[in-house]
Design a protein around this ligand. Sequence first.
Ligand SMILES: Cc1ncc(COP(=O)(O)O)c(C=O)c1O
Length: 386
Amino acid sequence: MIKTLAPKSPDPLLKIIKMFREDTRSDKIDLGVGVYKDARGNTPVMQAVKDAEALLLATQKTKTYVGQQGDVDFLKLVGQLAFGEMARDFVSIQAVGGTGALRLGCDLLRESGAKRIVLPQPCWPNHPAIVRAARLKALDAPFFDVAEQRIDMDALMDGITQAERGDAVILQAVCHNPLGADFSADQWLELADALNARGIIPFLDLAYQGFGDGIDEDVAGARAFLERVPEAVIAVSEAKTFGIYRERVGALYVKSAEKARPAVMSNLAAIARANYSMPPDHGASIVREVLGDEALRQSWRDELDAIRGHMKRTRAKLAEARVNSLPMHLIAGQKGMFSTLPLSEAQVGRLREEHGIYMTDSARINVAGLREADIPRFVEALKAVA
Ligand SMILES: Cc1ncc(COP(=O)(O)O)c(C=O)c1O
């Protein structure tokens, strides 16, 4: 039977990574890969993470399994960081990265009777795959005008009408990947009212806390939204916030009526048990140590502030550029690592072939991948193709 398997096409980003690697031009620019890079093009380990690891190495007494729910102190600290006091009433479980949390959440929604999940488009390209893997139907809802760099709430509301009571919609909490465009405070509240009226469950994806305007500022809209809805599922990734991508640190939080919570917890435990049994410990322990210690926490916050400052400066520089029809000034107002430029696949191809500048075919750029010294050349290349 195995010999009958049909091959699957690889992630399109892998193709870009390979082409970049094989490009021999010394001034090539990589805006494709979705990791933070500092001014020297490195993705460094944060000092607080190094210090927490040293502490763990010196003090950890056992490597036996953590419990089914995962590290409870980690879950409390991350919950507090993301949702404040509200988190005390949320059911939570550690997950294998934000991706694992998204999958747990989709499986839970299916168990609870959901059949469809609305995906505001463009979305993170892994969302549809996760939804389908959980045997849910992915419904596309276009919601962003790339030419004008503007969220179209009417289009989103229209898209949501495809869903039925008990279905869900995935909403990115902050620093949208791939758009960099987030809901305003008013849009969050409008969404809460619309979902409540139709009985649609919000599934929030929080993967970039601290990359926008600040730890608390970045979740203000999502918190106000969560206060207003009776039920919600939230996937959290700490990959970017702590720069610990490969440690696979994430968690799933569920807001529900008090009497439903034991069933939510036991369903999540059963889904996790049949999937990977127990979560990994190291990355969650790092986050627990950093958040639980005043000095480490301060050091981490300082470094995160610097990371955010670097991205904001790059955005501000890009916004000063005048590139024919491209609305460069709007990019400055966007948040996090990503923006999507209104370029055709042919224009993206010319940037790659003629200028050695790499981005996804959909023209998503990783702002953090652009070194200050490369900005003028990037702008000139944009002028040549756009
Ligand atoms: C929007 C979004 N959600 C979730 C994730 C998952 O992060 P991870 O599985 O690496 O924790 C990512 C990672 O790129 C993302 O961009």
